[in-house]
Structures are given as structure tokens and as C-alpha cells.
Design a protein around this ligand. Structure first.
Ligand SMILES: [Ca+2]
Ligand SMILES: [Ca+2]
Length: 492
């Protein structure tokens, strides 16, 4: 077996174009099944998870998982990677019908998607789907060239009106967990397309000092305090994360136990202590505001559990219950600062929300449209104020596919040595800076240093509340940064 090129032989972290695709090259060859065994396991698991209804409520989360390709690396493998492709992207366009307006289906609007220089002027532009299928295979081969065995799978997931992104994610997670059981060197998963996102809601017991705070705003009992001790158990600015990949990456955590699919109200409070002394686990005050926050389809990180007792005549005692870290795997709990740790790296390539174009149906008073005959934006005078800014943009599937194809083409070109004049950048938290490792990738990066390119833990932490951080590095922060920085996590 050939040795990998020096670039890929080092046990280091690397980042590949945006979105970040990062995996750690750590030799783990011992006791691993061979490629054929891994491929057979992935195929078998795909079949087993077809029609998977995780919570057995009659709504299928995983409609169909279809193996598309298995690509062995030419080098001694340092791990395996699964690429999940949203099946929606791969569906054939509907047949065009006479009299039906152009829908944005890929067969309707054919755009040149491979680098133009690769097409002769006489070439008929390839169909977007044909290009996409070829591009995905090329992408898998590109990842395999980094010394990974690669398994390309199309994923047809629940896409109905019900809010159950978290449930669908948990189903994917179950599948990935089983894949990791059969393919122990699984190092990363790349999601191509619009996959569900995890919404994290967190409560914590957050004592801090506020320069100014108003309770019961716009209510009869509104009251403003200055420079006071406060306990906020709604989590403060880190209470929500609507895009976090820690749920998928932390395969042995207890995320399935903290998922809430239906709509629920979560009680919370902010209490003010004008006389100070708010850090204790039981505090009494008559200055407080109670909340009932509605949430749906969310993972509830309940680090701020509490109960109250009435203290006549008008005060309330807040008693901290102390339940924390229920999302963490048991082996993560003994840590001094328990935190959910990922087993695999996760990356997303998703152009869906930029797959838009100006609405061709908007027509101005003189018959002008948003784009002129030259294809450029132009001034349009509307008869009525009926079109708001965001409505100008209309989802257009052909554009989505074209953007994806263009990205994959650029990514491949980079693997082939194009665009060498790129620079390293790192954003990380808790795992330390990956910048030193990045700078070993290319000779010209040795000693690279530029302001703002290395957002490692110190600078990230500095932007957050020092007291909140000293109290406990929050799970939400770790989850969010794991999502952002899956590229900087080290494994194995
Ligand atoms: Ca279900
Ligand atoms: Ca874990």
C-alpha cells in the first residue's frame, strides 16, 4: 500500500475550504475491519434503518438510506468518513408540462456549473443533476485522498410540516452510532444539503451583577435597579443555540433523554437582590420576575433547575435543585468541568438558503423586472407597497444546485493544487488553537501570523461574560463552538 503524501501523514488537524471539513490524522489502523467489511456494514445498516421510526409514533424519521459509493483510500487509512447527501438534491426534475410556469427544477434551467474553462464553447452545458452526481463522487474521492475510507450515502429524511427536527436528528444519530460500532475508526460525517438543525435551550443558575435591570417591563409593577446582584436562570445570552452539531457529534451523550418534541412552556425567573448576597443556593427576595417561555422541538439543557417557596408577606425563596449535565455521557461527568464531548467531527455543506433569485414575477409600473436584460439588478417602480425586501428573493432549486456544484468544483480544484495562495484561519474554543498544526500544512504557511486569523479560546472567552464563564463553562457554549469548530476538535 502506498504511503500518503507528507501533507496527510502528520497527526494534525487540517481545515479544508469553507465550510470547514476537519478531521484528525491519527493512526488507528490496529484492530480495524478492512475496507470491504466496513463497506458491507454501512450497506447493511442503511438497509436496516430504512423506514426508521425512532419514537414509534407512526411518523418515519429516516425514509431511505441508499449507499451511493464506497471509496477506499489509496493510503494507509487514518479513519473513515461518511458523507450523507440529502436525497432531495438528487431527485429528478418533474416532467415539464405545457402551460406550467418554470419552477426552478434543475431540468428546467440548465446552467454551466463546472468551471467554464473545462467546457469547450461548443459543449452543451451539462445537466445540473448529472454534474452533481459526478461532483459528489469526485468529492468522495477527494476526501479519500486525505487517507480516509469514504462512504457516500443518500439520505431521504422526514420533510413534513411537523416540528421534529430534533427527532430526525436523533434518528440520524442512532444510525451513525451504529455505524461507529461497526466502523470504529469513523472520524467524521459530512452533511451535504439541508439537514435538520438542533435547537438547544439552556437554563442555568447564573448569579451576576447588573449595572441596570428592569423587572416586569411595561407592567404595573415595573421597577428598575442599578448595580445590583442578580440571579438569572434563563441562561442569559447563551440560553439558545439554534444551530448546534454537538447532538450529532456526541454519539454517547444522553441527548435523546433531554429532547422535547411537543410545545412546552419552560418556567424561569430573574431575581434581584438589592442587598447583595445572591450567590448562595437559596435566596429570598421580593424583587423578581417569573417567566413561562414556550419552546417546541428542542433539547433542554436543564442546568438551572429550581423550586420556590413563598415567604410571607411578599417574598419568594428560590432554591437551587442542583441537577446538571444531564446531556453528558456518564464518562464525561467526573471531569472537573463536565462537558459533552464529541466522538466525531461534523461538517455541513448547505447552499439551500442562498439558492434564491429575484422573483421573476415582480413587475414594475413600466413593465420592468428586478433584473434587466443584461441580468443585472435595476430600479423597479412598484404600483403598491406590496413587496417587502425579503420577498424579493425566491427559492430556486437550480440556483441551489448550481452553487453546490460550483463549491464542489472549487473544492476539487483546491485538492488538485489550485488556489494555493490561501491562508490559514482558526476559530476554536476549549480544544486550544489549531493554528500551529494548520501552519505545518504548507511550507509557505510556516510562521504565518496575522491579526484576527486565530480566534482561539482566549479571544473567544474574552467576549463572553467573565463571571458566567468562571462559574461554569456552559454546555451551550461548548455545544455551539463544537458546531463551529468541529474542525478543531481532536480525536483518538
Ligand atoms: Ca417518529
Ligand atoms: Ca461523547
Amino acid at each position: 500500500m502506498a504511503s500518503p503524501p507528507a501533507l496527510h501523514r502528520c497527526p494534525l488537524v487540517f481545515l479544508v475550504a469553507a465550510p470547514l471539513v476537519a478531521l484528525v490524522c491519527t493512526a488507528t489502523a490496529a484492530c480495524q475491519p478492512d475496507f470491504d467489511r466496513k463497506a458491507a456494514s454501512v450497506t447493511e445498516l442503511c438497509a436496516r434503518y430504512n423506514g426508521f421510526d425512532r419514537n414509534q409514533d407512526g411518523v418515519t424519521e429516516l425514509n431511505q438510506l441508499t449507499p451511493m459509493a464506497s471509496v477506499p483510500t489509496r493510503f494507509a487509512p487514518v479513519g473513515s468518513v461518511v458523507i450523507l447527501v440529502e436525497a432531495r438534491l438528487l431527485r429528478e426534475p418533474r416532467p415539464r408540462q405545457a402551460g406550467v410556469k418554470e419552477t426552478g427544477e434543475p431540468g428546467d434551467l440548465v446552467l454551466p456549473t463546472l468551471p467554464a474553462r473545462k467546457l469547450s464553447p461548443e459543449s452543451e452545458p451539462p445537466k445540473l443533476l448529472t454534474v452533481l452526481r459526478a461532483s459528489l463522487n469526485t468529492f468522495a474521492a477527494d476526501v479519500a485522498s486525505l487517507a480516509y475510507d469514504v462512504f457516500l450515502v443518500s439520505a431521504d429524511l422526514y420533510a413534513g410540516p411537523r416540528h421534529q427536527d430534533g427527532e430526525t436528528l436523533l434518528a440520524i444519530r442512532r444510525f451513525l452510532s451504529e455505524v461507529r460500532g461497526a466502523v470504529p475508526d469513523l472520524r467524521g460525517v459530512i452533511l451535504v444539503g439541508s439537514f435538520p438543525e438542533a435547537l438547544l435551550v439552556r437554563q442555568c443558575w447564573w448569579p451576576h451583577r447588573e449595572p441596570t435591570i428592569t423587572l416586569n417591563v411595561a407592567q404595573a409593577g415595573a421597577q428598575t435597579f442599578r448595580d445590583v446582584d442578580v440571579i438569572d436562570n434563563r441562561g442569559g445570552p447563551a440560553a439558545y443555540s439554534d444551530s448546534s452539531d454537538i447532538v450529532l457529534a456526541d454519539l454517547d451523550g444522553r441527548w435523546d433523554q433531554i429532547y422535547h418534541q411537543g410545545r412546552e412552556t419552560v418556567p424561569g425567573f430573574i431575581a434581584v437582590f438589592p442587598a447583595g448576597d445572591s450567590d448562595r443556593a437559596s435566596c429570598t427576595t421580593r424583587h423578581y420576575e417569573l417567566f413561562q417561555d414556550p419552546h417546541e422541538d428542542f433539547f433542554f439543557i436543564h442546568d438551572g433547575d429550581y423550586r420556590t417557596e413563598a415567604v410571607p408577606p411578599a417574598s419568594l425563596r428560590f432554591i437551587r435543585e442542583g441537577a446538571e449535565n444531564s446531556e453528558c455521557a456518564p464518562q464525561d461527568l467526573p471531569a472537573r468541568n463536565p462537558i459533552a464531548l464529541p466522538e466525531i467531527a461534523l461538517s455541513r455543506i448547505n447552499p439551500r438558503h442562498v439558492g434564491v433569485r429575484p422573483d421573476p414575477d415582480i413587475v414594475g409600473t413600466a413593465g420592468e423586472r428586478l433584473l434587466g436584460s443584461d441580468g443585472l439588478p435595476q430600479a423597479v417602480t412598484l404600483a403598491g407597497a406590496t413587496t417587502e425586501g425579503w420577498r424579493v428573493w425566491k427559492y430556486h432549486r437550480a440556483t441551489e444546485l448550481r452553487l453546490l456544484n460550483e463549491y464542489l468544483a472549487r473544492n476539487h480544484a483546491w485538492h488538485m493544487g489550485a488556489n494555493p495562495d490561501r491562508y490559514p484561519a482558526c476559530l476554536s474554543y476549549d480544544f486550544g488553537s489549531a493554528m500551529p498544526a494548520l501552519c505545518t500544512l504548507f511550507p509557505q504557511w510556516r510562521g504565518f501570523s496575522a491579526p484576527g486569523m486565530d480566534g482561539s479560546s482566549t479571544s473567544v472567552m474574552r467576549r463572553l461574560s467573565p463571571k458566567a464563564m468562571s462559574y461554569r463553562r456552559t454546555s451551550v457554549v461548548s455545544a455551539r463552538t463544537s458546531g463551529i469548530c468541529s474542525g478543531t476538535a481532536r480525536f483518538g
